[in-house]
Ligand binder design. Structure first.
Ligand code: NAG
Ligand code: NAG
Ligand code: NAG
Ligand code: NAG
Length: 452
């Protein structure tokens, strides 16, 4: 009898927990890192359950670690803040006596200022400091005193600040190769998308390229959300549109990520609504940064190539018994840096493209950006030198971790690979990556046009 009674008492508690945690899983690229590693809520320095975490290979010593990070939790951009101020202003100007949801939002304190414009939030600094400490705890040999850390970042303020927070997290006990390492600005690798003319013309500045996203905004699923939100706010549905509803949903996500509070904005949405808004966010990432167009991922090959150049160099140095010149490479960029690279490598690819009209069929899709690139997302490549006598394996092995969890390699489904197999699997991409050609716009042949 006792267990049953206990279960009956627990049920309301469990339901309450599920309700408050409910929307957090659907915030896409605005998700907290804790959504993918829930054990961090209790202890931000915990390495997590051993089974789910990274089991490092026995009889192998790590030679090089390359970490590509997304910056930590940030404030909304100026544009998002402007749209929020507009929506909030509109709710404040209306008499809301008969409408509790609208009254609660009118009473909400608008505290975001445009000058916050996408900057790193205090929570973002903590994200990075904690991540640094966990990585150092997982790879103590690499993060040991006096190892050289090569730290690079995108030129964006939030990324530079994230890099500085990461370094601070490693603490003063680590003497990082004499001089306090400077953060190198490297937009060529961290913001390759800004320098790829073909991507800019075909995707970034091309409204037609987003037609699936725009169609979903006008489709039946979003229409249902709009009607519900309009009714909750006692507004005529014509006064709302998908962009305004998205701003309200974004504000719910920002308040949770930045302030750790469930704001009244969240009460506008049910879990089903949140799934629809998550899909809208994923659709945009899919067409703008993922598999939607080849150039999205192709433009990241310059970064992919650089990763292999550094791995090659470390293998060469190891073979000739030299010290590894770059044992630790940490680079801070954006969701837009990681997502194309993961697509280039073939990860999280669904059988069917994400489209405006297959929302239901994509319910169990792999491409969920909240699971792939939340704030502080990290993709880590580790190169090992292994003792062949003990392992009877190849000397050089690699592992990949996404958000601190081992990733199965595409070519084997295993979480460890020989470096040779890894490199061989991607040889076509590596050999055919000439950034200038990949990103060059097709030249209009004036002569040919004249002759037409
Ligand atoms: C814009 O995108 C559409 C759809 O992919 C494509 O057909 C068109 O060629 C693109 N326009 C430019 C200028 O690249
Ligand atoms: C966030 O809020 C939850 C619930 O109110 C609380 O348990 C948790 O400790 C808070 N986390 C932080 C980092 O303040
Ligand atoms: C990996 O596993 C998936 C699903 O189990 C399977 O479809 C695929 O063929 C496997 N790939 C390899 C290379 O073994
Ligand atoms: C341009 O078109 C003309 C006529 O078709 C052709 O002879 C010439 O080789 C083309 N030039 C380039 C650079 O493709």
């Amino acid at each position: 009898m006792a267990p049953r009674r206990a279960a009956a008492c627990l049920l309301p508690l469990l339901l309450a927990a599920a309700a408050s945690a409910g929307l957090g899983g659907y915030f896409g690229t605005k998700s907290r890192y804790e959504e993918v590693n829930p054990h961090l809520v209790e202890d931000p320095l915990s390495l997590g359950p051993v089974a789910a975490g990274a089991r490092l290979p026995a009889a192998c010593a790590p030679l090089q670690l390359r970490a590509l990070l997304r910056h930590g939790t940030r404030y909304p951009t100026a544009g998002q803040i402007r749209r929020l101020a507009e929506l909030h202003g509109r709710l404040r100007r209306r008499p809301a006596a008969a409408c509790p949801a609208a009254a609660a939002l009118a009473a909400w304190q608008m505290w975001y200022e445009e000058s916050l414009d996408g900057r790193l939030a205090p929570q973002g600094r903590r994200d990075m400091e904690h991540l640094a400490r966990r990585l150092a705890a997982r790879f103590p040999a690499l993060f040991a005193a006096r190892r050289r850390l090569a730290l690079a970042s995108s030129s964006k303020h939030r990324c530079l600040q994230s890099g500085a927070a990461f370094r601070r997290g490693l603490g003063p006990s680590l003497s990082l190769g004499g001089d306090e390492a400077e953060i190198e600005v490297n937009d060529a690798l961290m913001r390759f998308f800004d320098r790829c003319d073909k991507f800019i013309a075909l995707v970034e500045e091309n409204e037609t390229a987003m037609h699936q996203v725009n169609a979903f905004k006008e489709g039946p699923e979003m229409r249902k959300v709009l009607e519900k939100v309009a009714s909750a706010l006692c507004l005529p549905v014509e006064e709302l549109n998908a962009d305004l509803v998205q701003v309200a949903f974004l504000t719910c996500s920002y308040e949770l990520a930045i302030k750790n509070v469930t704001s009244p904005w969240c009460s506008l949405f049910s879990e089903e609504d949140a799934k629809i808004l998550e899909y809208l966010n994923d659709l945009k990432q899919y067409w703008k940064r993922g598999y939607g167009y080849d150039i999205n991922s192709r433009s990241s090959c310059i970064l992919f190539q650089d990763i292999f150049q550094q791995l090659d160099k470390a293998v060469e140095e190891s073979k000739s018994s030299k010290p590894i010149s770059s044992p630790l490479i940490v680079q801070v960029g954006h969701a837009e840096t990681l997502q194309p690279l993961l697509a280039l490598m073939g990860f999280f690819k669904d059988d069917e493209p994400l489209r405006a009209n297959n929302y239901i069929r994509q319910a169990h899709r792999k491409f969920r950006t909240g699971r792939i690139v939340p704030y502080a997302a990290n993709l880590v490549f580790v190169l090992y030198h292994c003792d062949q006598v003990k392992t009877s394996k190849e000397e050089y092995q690699v592992q990949m971790l996404l958000n601190e969890k081992l990733m199965p390699f595409h070519h084997s489904n295993e979480t460890i690979s020989t470096y040779a197999d890894f490199k061989d699997y991607y040889k076509d991409i590596l050999q055919n990556c000439h950034f200038k050609e990949v990103c060059e716009l097709p030249k209009v042949n004036i002569t040919a046009i004249d002759e037409l």
